[in-house]
Design a binder for this molecule. Structure first.
Ligand code: SF4
Length: 422
């Protein structure tokens, strides 16, 4: 993938967008960028989403990755438009939409076979034995209508030492030698700092996808972990960059609305939406190769592409405001530090996982995904969840989350029969 001239200069950007900046520009990108992505010989200029090196793999990936956790079967046009804009890192998993995400990308590759080799294609499996991984990979390749994946992740890793075993390493090496995967790594939503540090020590991990955002990126532990991965040559993809908090749960808390309004007012005057600002905050760390973002419609795709193309840096005041907002709304954000609350409960309840499922339901508009994941828990776990005494976990939570009330809410909203919602 060529790196040459893939960004707008500030002058070019504002010429295209007008004085109001990114927010008013999002409708302008599709056709122009598309012509260049498709190899149009016209000198349309540098309009594609920029690329960044992905660790020591030698690959350059688009700094915006298309997150495929949604059902994409009816969104072929969205995939096409993403490709045209230079969003050529596509992320999916065997579990997304019950396999429909992979099927939809496979449908796309059948229609546009020459696009496949231009896409950095990533999928994931939760299995951990070599036999299970082989079966999962085989099925993913079938659904995706491709012979190989560019990157294969062990999905939702919470304990690197236990899950990234020598057997998994041997399996990954064999899959590489057979040409079925090019690179291997893992994704992590909890205990990220520990997982990143341990992943860096393994010496055979090519890429990691991690929760990483303006709330988490400034701690010393996270900085050290990112640095260790960079030194180890691991390509890093950030996810959950919007770092949403439990707004629906806290709908009755008036103090947050003021903070949110101040954030919106400030950034809209600068020409960014708060969402674009949060993306830019992550991209300002050059060690992050790409941001994986779920973009369910053309408006969000274009807004994110516009943010990727914009070269204005956040000011000291912008960062200060974002940090202030993170601080003010911390009590509604689960930071994934599962070792704290879960060890307080003797590891009997996957608190941070359930927090994430509730977040998918309440704030990510993904109730089906949330319910499916919740139903993967052991039935006894689901049954007893609302009866557990969470006081020790609440005392250990640095965010001071009302864990008992949130677990109760999870039981109430996620316990519906999964067959009703799938
Ligand atoms: S509930 Fe609290 S301690 Fe547990 S993962 Fe979330 S923020 Fe960390």
């Amino acid at each position: 993938m060529s790196k040459k001239n893939q960004t707008y200069s500030r002058r070019e950007f504002f010429k295209l967008t007008g004085a109001a900046g990114i927010g008013s520009a999002i409708a302008s990108f599709g056709n122009v960028a598309g012509a260049s992505a498709l190899g149009d010989s016209s000198d349309a200029g540098p309009q594609l989403v920029p690329t960044r090196p992905f660790g020591k793999t030698g690959e350059h990936v688009s700094m915006l990755s298309f997150g495929g956790s949604q059902n994409l079967m009816s969104k072929q046009l969205l995939l096409r438009q993403a490709f045209k804009m230079g969003v050529t890192y596509w992320d999916t998993a065997e579990s997304y939409s019950g396999g429909k995400s992979e099927q939809a990308m496979g449908k796309y590759f059948q229609k546009f076979p020459t696009d496949r080799k231009k896409i950095f294609l990533v999928s994931k499996a939760r299995n951990s034995t070599p036999a299970e991984l082989s079966q999962s990979l085989h099925q993913s390749l079938e659904r995706l209508k491709t012979d190989y994946l560019d990157l294969y992740f062990l999905h939702m890793v919470g304990d690197v030492k236990k899950q990234l075993t020598p057997e998994v390493k041997a399996w990954a090496e064999k899959a590489k030698s057979e040409g079925k995967i090019r690179f291997f790594g893992f994704s992590t939503h909890k205990n990220m700092e520990i997982g990143l540090m341990e992943g860096a020590k393994l010496g055979w991990i090519d890429g990691i996808m991690t929760t990483y955002n303006y709330r988490l990126m400034n701690t010393d532990d996270m900085k050290r972990a990112i640095e260790a991965c960079t030194k180890a040559g691991i390509g890093l993809t950030a996810m959950k960059t919007q770092a949403k908090f439990f707004a629906r749960f806290y709908a009755d808390v008036g103090s947050l609305s003021g903070a949110e309004e101040a954030l919106s007012d400030r950034f809209l005057k600068r020409g960014f939406t708060p969402e674009q600002t949060k993306l830019k905050a992550v991209w300002e760390n050059p060690r992050i190769a790409s941001i994986c973002s779920e973009m369910p419609n053309m408006t969000i795709l274009r807004a994110n592409v516009a943010a990727a193309l914009d070269k204005n840096e956040l000011s000291y005041q912008d960062r200060h405001l974002l940090e202030g907002y993170a601080h003010e709304s911390a009590f509604g954000y689960c930071a994934g530090c599962a070792k704290l609350c879960e060890s307080a409960l003797n590891h009997t309840v996957p608190v941070s996982d359930i927090m994430r499922y509730l977040m998918y339901h309440d704030e990510y508009d993904s109730p089906q995904r949330a319910v499916r994941l919740f139903h993967d828990l052991h039935p006894m776990m689901r049954k007893n969840l609302a009866l557990i005494n969470y006081s020790s976990a609440e005392q250990s939570c640095p965010q001071k989350l009302p864990i008992a009330r949130l677990m109760n809410r999870a039981v109430n909203v996620l316990s519906m029969n999964v067959t009703r919602i799938v």
